[in-house]
Ligand binder design. Structure first.
Ligand code: UGA
Length: 415
C-alpha cells in the first residue's frame, strides 16, 4: 500500500509528503527486514507497544524486531528506539541484539522518543519543540545530532533511561493538565465561572502555558490512556505508588460520562429517546477510534435505552468496526433530524460552522450537550437552544432556577 502511496491511516498532509519523497527518491518501503537493515546506518524501531491487561507495555514487538535486527546485522549500526517503552527497555534491546548477532558487529542503542500528535503529525514532526537523544555512546550521539540538526530544534542529549522516562513523564504531565482543567471546569459549573475564561487567564503565565487547557470530555487515543497506565506500572515495579497519576486516570474516566449525566438531568429517563452524536474519532483530523470517548458514551446511552444516530467526517469506517447497532449518518444535519438531543463529542472544524437555525428546526428538542465547548453559549441561548458546554457559566440552565425552566421547556417541546 505504501509503495502505491496508499496511507493506511488518515493523517492530513502525510500522503503528499510521502509522495514527494518517493518521487524524489528519498524513501522506499519494503517487507525485507534484513535487506533494509544491511543497507542502513541508522535503524529506527517504531513498532506498537500496546497495553497488557495489567496496564504494562507489551514489549513483544520490540523484542521481535530487535532479534531480527541482530540477526541481519552486517556492520556497525545505530539502533534507535522511537516506540514508547518502559525505562530499561534500551538495555533489554541491547542484550537481545548482542545475543542474536551472527557475527561480532559493533552497534549502539539510542532512545529517541516521539512527541508528534495524531491529526497534526506532519507539522509536529517537521517543527518539533525538542529532540531527545538518549545514548551512552559519543559516536552515536554525534551521528544522531547531525541527523537531527536540520530540524532546527533544541537537541537534548542524555542517557537512555532518562530519555525513556522523558517520554512517559511528558505524556503523563499533559494528561494531568487535561484532568486538572476538567476538574476546574466541574467546579466552574458549580460556582458560576467559565472555564474557557479561566484557562485563558491561566495560559498567559509562561510557567503554565496556554496549551492543553481545553476542558472537555476527557482525553482518549492510543497514547495518554496507555502511557499513564504504563507509568503507574513502571512506578509500581520500582515500589512506588504514583497516586497523582491514578487520580488523573480516575478523573478522566468520570469526565467521559458527564454528557450522559447532563442529558439525564434534563430529559430524565433516556429509554426510547434518540440521541445524535457529532464526532466519533478520539480527536479531530484522525480516523483513530482507539480509546475514543464516543465508544463509552454510545455504549452507555444504548444501555440506558437510547437510540443513536452518529456522524464523523472521516472515522465512520473505523467506528463501524467497534460500534455496532447504531444509525450512521452521512452529515451532521441528518444526525440531528428528529433527535431528542445532540452530543458534540469531537471538535471537528466542520461542526464549528453549523447552521444553527437549521439545527434547531431539525432537532426534536433543541438540546445541545457540547462536550468540547465548540459553540458560544450566549449565541446558543439566544437562538433558543437548551445548551450546556463543559465548565461554562450557562450550565446554570441545569441547576437551581434554570433547571425548572429547562424541564418546562423540554416538556413543552416534547408535546
Ligand atoms: C499525544 C501527545 O500529545 C504527543 O506529544 C505524543 O507524541 C503522543 O500522544 C504519543 O505518545 O504518541 P495524541 O494522543 O496523538 O498525542 O493527541 P493529543 O493532541 O495529545 O490529544 C490526546 C487527547 O487529549 C485527545 O482525546 C484530546 O481530545 C484530548 N485533549 C487534548 C483535551 O481533552 N484537552 C486538551 O487541551 C488537549
Amino acid at each position: 500500500m505504501l509503495e502505491n502511496n496508499i496511507m493506511p491511516i488518515y493523517e492530513p498532509g502525510l500522503k503528499e509528503l510521502v509522495k514527494k519523497n518517493q518521487d524524489e527518491g528519498r524513501i522506499s518501503f519494503t517487507t525485507d527486514l534484513p535487506g533494509a537493515v544491511q543497507k542502513s546506518d541508522v535503524i529506527f524501531i517504531a513498532v506498537g507497544t500496546p497495553s497488557l491487561s495489567n496496564g504494562e507495555a507489551d514489549l513483544q514487538y520490540i523484542e521481535a524486531v530487535a532479534r531480527e535486527i541482530g540477526q541481519a546485522m552486517n556492520g556497525y549500526k545505530i539502533v534507535v528506539d522511537k516506540s514508547t517503552v518502559p525505562v530499561g527497555t534500551g538495555d533489554r534491546v541491547r542484550k537481545i541484539i548482542s545475543e542474536s548477532q551472527t557475527g561480532e558487529y559493533g552497534f549502539d542503542v539510542v532512545s529517541a522518543p516521539e512527541f508528534l500528535r495524531e491529526g497534526c503529525a506532519v507539522g509536529d514532526t517537521l517543527n518539533p519543540d525538542r529532540i531527545i537523544i538518549g545514548t551512552s555512546s559519543k559516536k552515536a550521539a554525534q551521528i544522531m545530532d547531525e541527523l537531527h540538526k536540520p530540524f532546527n530544534a533544541p537537541i537534548v542529549i542524555t542517557d537512555v533511561r532518562s530519555a525513556e522516562m522523558i517520554k512517559y513523564a511528558s505524556n503523563a504531565f499533559l494528561a494531568t493538565k487535561i484532568s486538572f482543567i476538567n476538574e476546574i471546569a466541574n467546579i466552574c459549573e458549580k460556582v458560576g465561572a467559565d472555564v474557557t475564561e479561566v484557562a485563558r487567564g491561566m495560559g498567559y503565565d509562561k510557567r503554565i502555558g496556554n496549551q492543553f487547557l481545553m476542558a472537555g470530555i476527557g482525553y482518549g487515543g492510543s497514547c495518554f490512556p496507555k502511557d499513564t497506565k504504563a507509568l503507574i506500572q513502571i512506578a509500581g515495579n520500582a515500589d512506588y505508588d504514583f497516586e497523582l497519576l491514578k487520580s488523573v486516570i480516575k478523573v478522566n474516566q468520570i469526565q467521559r460520562y458527564k454528557p450522559i449525566k447532563k442529558l439525564i438531568s434534563i430529559l430524565g429517563e433516556l429509554q426510547g429517546r434518540t440521541v445524535g452524536i457529532l464526532g466519533l474519532a478520539f480527536k479531530p483530523n484522525t480516523d483513530d477510534m482507539r480509546e475514543a470517548p464516543s465508544v463509552e458514551i454510545i455504549t452507555e446511552l444504548k444501555k440506558l435505552g437510547a437510540g443513536i444516530k452518529a456522524y464523523d467526517p472521516v472515522a465512520g469506517d473505523e467506528a463501524r468496526k467497534v460500534i455496532k447497532d447504531i444509525e450512521y449518518c452521512s452529515d451532521p444535519y441528518e444526525t440531528m433530524d428528529g433527535a431528542d438531543a445532540v452530543i458534540l463529542v469531537t471538535e471537528w472544524e466542520e461542526f464549528k460552522n453549523l447552521d444553527l437555525d437549521k439545527m434547531k428546526k431539525l432537532l426534536n428538542i433543541p438540546l445541545v450537550i457540547d462536550g468540547r465547548n465548540v459553540f458560544d453559549p450566549a449565541e446558543m441561548q439566544a437562538k433558543g437552544f437548551i445548551y450546556t458546554g463543559v465548565g461554562r457559566r450557562q450550565i446554570a440552565y441545569l441547576t437551581r432556577e434554570y433547571r425548572k425552566e429547562a424541564a418546562a421547556a423540554v416538556e413543552k417541546l416534547t408535546k
